[in-house]
Every structure is written in structure tokens, then in C-alpha cells.
Design a protein around this ligand. Sequence first.
Ligand code: AMP
Length: 276
Amino acid sequence: MKVINNIKDLIAWRDSINLDSSLGLVPTMGALHLGHESLIKKSTDENLNTIVSIFVNPTQFGPNEDLDKYPKSIESDLKKCENLGVNAVFLPDSKEMYKNENLTRIYAPSDMSYVLEGFTRPFHFSGVLEIVLRLFNLTRPTNAYFGQKDAQQLLIIKKMVNDFFIPINIVPCPIIRDTDGLAFSSRNVYLNSEQRKIALNIPQTIKNMESSFKSGERNANNLLKIGLDSLKDIEVEYLIACDYALKKIDIITPNQSLILLTARVGGTRLLDNLWL
Ligand code: AMP
């Protein structure tokens, strides 16, 4: 497995791959867990070559967010990638990715990026697109793998690919959960054991809404009420039902709808969702 720290070597590595063999890209911010590993496994299953990027992207963090204390575990991340059969890991620093200060900017579509996660983090999704587009252009993958866990991110990236006619297949990957049900997240390490217990309300709520949906409930407000009732002791930031353009909906249309939930436990924001 090749570990690449700069763009020059990345371009050389990309050029060394046979043009008609497939390449999967898995963009991450590191501190790899089983959620990330599921994306990597899917990529190594579906492509002849896989590249994982590990980069804590400063442009997607707001001024009071956890950029400086974002969890890091580079050594074990590299081991995990190697064990999973990854061909290359791209591990640049910020200067390498953002060479000067007067950069061309991208703006994520306002109706999708100033709502939900973007309501409290208005520049977050533009920052995500700025790094993802750079990674797409540098690696020119056949397939790029993103988790459904970050539903809004996935939908906005799909929109960019569509709007800019980017010839890359975006592969959505299901949410992977720990044995207690909590969706894996690099930020789960911020939870102490008491907070983790409280946080389990979140996957339980998702389960409750899912079983009601499976029993035939299609009224979005009824599903959200079930959700809110099970989230009594938790500080909910938002719980909404929407379509894939992130517009609120009253009726759930299967395969076109999702429920998004963000709650705070202690100082930690936890995201979960249900694709219906
Ligand atoms: P991150 O390192 O948080 O930027 O995540 C990198 C990729 O892993 C993103 O596409 C996430 O959606 C995905 N991911 C993170 N957690 C999970 C999870 N629990 N299940 C599936 N995918 C995940």
C-alpha cells in the first residue's frame, strides 16, 4: 500500500493505473471505525484499485468547532487500510490541498445547504464540496463511496456531480451501527459512559419510527411524533421528514423520503437518519 503525502506523487500514482481498470475513492477525515471500513470494503469489492483519503478539511469547520481537537489515529488507520487491501492512502496536509489564500470558491446550493446541518454551520457544505471536488479531480475515480449516515452531505455531493456533469458514480453506503445500536462516528469518543447511555435514545427512536413505517404508517407527522415521544430526555436539534431535495414532506413516499435527526448529548452533536 502506497502512502502519498503530496499532489505530485498522487498524480503520478493515478497515472500509473491502467486507464481501463476501475478505481474506487473513499474520502474520510480519519479516526477510522467500522463505518468507514464498510465503505472501504465495498470499494475493494467493486474496484480493481482503491484509494482512501484521510484529511481533516479545515474549510468545512466553523470557527468554534472541533477542528483542532478532531480525533486522530493515523498509525492504526493505515494498518486498517492495509488489512482491507487498499492500494493507496492520500494523506496530505492543509497547505498541500489549499496552496494559496485567494482560491476559487464553490457554493453549495443554498436551499440544500443553509438548512438542517447548514442552519448552524452555514459554510460547512461549501467546504465539503471544495475538498470533494479537489479529490475527484486529482484521483479521477470510477466510483466514490459516501455514507448514508451523513445524508445531507451525500445528497449535496450527488447534486454537485449532477450539476457539473462529473463522470463519477456516487455509491451510497448504509449506516453501520455499534452493537448497542449507536451509529459509528469518530466523534463518539467524546461521549462518557453516562452520555453514551443517553445517546442510545437516538437509535431506539430511529427503530421505533422504522417499525411504524414498516407497519404501513405513511403520515410524516405521525412518524415524527413517535420520534419526539421517544426522545424525551434528549436535546433535539431537529427531527424532520423530507425528500431528497431536503424539502419537508407530509406524506412519506417509499424510496424518495428520509427522516433526519440531530441531537446533542453533553457537548456532542449526534446525527442519525432513516432512509425510507
Ligand atoms: P468522515 O470521516 O466522518 O468524514 O466520514 C467519511 C465517510 O464515512 C463519509 O462518507 C461518512 O458518511 C461515512 N461514515 C461515517 N460514519 C459512518 C457509519 N456509521 N456508517 C456508514 N458510513 C459512515
